[in-house]
Design a protein around this ligand. Structure first.
Ligand SMILES: *[C@@H]1O[C@H](CO)[C@@H](O)[C@H](O)[C@H]1NC(C)=O
Ligand SMILES: *[C@@H]1O[C@H](CO)[C@@H](O)[C@H](O)[C@H]1NC(C)=O
Ligand SMILES: *[C@@H]1O[C@H](CO)[C@@H](O)[C@H](O)[C@H]1NC(C)=O
Length: 346
């Protein structure tokens, strides 16, 4: 190629790059602006101060039972939920993963392993994310992630472990308003869920299809007073023991329980900061629902990263390596089962 042509090509290339970058920056700016306007329109001019001063469930809202209206309709949420995306269709399993805004790696590991491969589309995985500290670069990365994957459910509450209950509340409100599903799995982002094994378990004839609340549940929980991450004060919880509850890393609720739980959010001003115990107290209020312990929900806390075909949720998966390891084994097991089925059908 002659030199002049090469140079022209170089210039063209430079031009294209500059043009793309400008366009991206501009679109990004435009979207952010649009978002702000949208937010102000929805909440009125003083709504932002309102939100910061009073938890939204103390504000007397009238919309808890109204169905979502068309885009831009004026539906407010009773929790901190800000997302209004809808599930495109019904799923057998809706998996809601609690995740910190800047846990990019963990979400990516989950998308690349167990949440992927939804070819049969029987389950959907979404991430529940609160508000970070407002570091611009991080927030831009988060916005890009949201745009790309469209699987983040956002809330206005600040991200903090004492705010996890607010996050569970917003997740359940989103699930009950915007998604149709048979079972809901609430998980953390250090959990490996084996959706196939989970679905097989939930489809068994002896698994209840309604009034189901299951996981690593305990009937012998006691409040921890004093200090520490799991401590609660007497003001926060004034009984000497907890009702039965299923441990936070992974538990399952049948679809019928979700709106019932959301209805009960009204009665609580400052929800118990321990989200799993909180759900236990609401389940207790509903009445007639047992917290069912199941060995399929396991913790790896004290053991090696090892796959078992009869486990469908592993907690405390330390790092991407273990996620990948479990995923590979789970896929192998699935192939094995498929082959066995094929032999059986022949
Ligand atoms: C709540 O809804 C009812 C009926 O839909 C309506 O009559 C009432 O005025 C509403 N209250 C507020 C505070 O919006
Ligand atoms: C929880 O979120 C609210 C609302 O964003 C915030 O005001 C509060 O400080 C948060 N709590 C903690 C312990 O961070
Ligand atoms: C415990 O708290 C509940 C409401 O949170 C209240 O109705 C009840 O009276 C309290 N019990 C005691 C012994 O303080």
């Amino acid at each position: 190629m002659p030199y002049s042509q090469k140079r022209a090509l170089n210039y063209a290339f430079l031009f294209v790059i500059t043009f793309s970058v400008t366009t991206i920056v501009w679109v990004n700016h435009y979207l952010q602006k649009k978002n702000r306007i949208y937010h102000n329109q929805r909440h009125g001019s003083n709504a932002i101060t309102l939100r910061e001063e009073i938890p939204s469930h103390e504000v007397k809202l009238n919309s808890s039972n109204s169905p979502p209206t068309e885009e831009g309709g004026d539906v407010l949420h009773k929790t901190y939920l800000t997302s209004r995306s809808q599930c495109p269709r019904e799923y057998f399993l809706l998996i809601m993963v609690m995740s910190s805004p800047y846990n990019f790696k963990r979400r990516s590991a989950i998308r690349n392993t167990w949440a992927g491969g939804q070819s049969e589309e029987r389950w959907k995985t979404v991430f529940l994310v609160g508000q970070g500290e407002g570091e611009t670069v991080q927030n831009q990365r988060l916005a890009a992630e949201e745009e790309m994957h469209r699987d983040l459910i956002r809330g206005a509450q600040k991200e903090h472990y004492r705010n996890l209950t607010l996050k569970t509340q917003m997740g359940l409100e989103w699930a009950s308003k915007y998604c149709n599903f048979q079972f809901l799995v609430k998980a953390d982002d250090d959990v490996f869920v084996d959706p196939h094994a989970m679905i097989n378990h939930l489809k068994r004839p002896d698994t209840p299809k309604t009034n189901l609340y299951t996981g690593r549940c305990t009937h012998r929980g006691f409040p921890k007073r004093g200090g520490g991450k799991y401590a609660v004060s007497w003001e926060e919880y004034n009984k000497t023991r907890y009702p039965p509850f299923c441990a936070g890393p992974a538990y399952v609720l049948s679809h019928d329980l979700v709106p019932k739980l959301v209805n009960l959010f009204n009665n609580v001003k400052n929800p118990l900061p321990l989200e799993d115990v909180y759900i236990g107290t609401l389940i207790n209020k509903i009445g007639g629902v047992k917290a069912i312990w199941h060995p399929g929900f396991r913790t790896l806390e004290y053991g090696p990263c090892r796959y078992h075909s009869d486990i469908f949720a592993y907690h405390q998966v330390k790092g991407e390596m273990c996620m990948n390891e479990l995923f590979k084994s789970a896929m192998k097991e699935r192939d094995k089962q498929k082959q066995q089925q094929a032999v059986f059908l022949r």
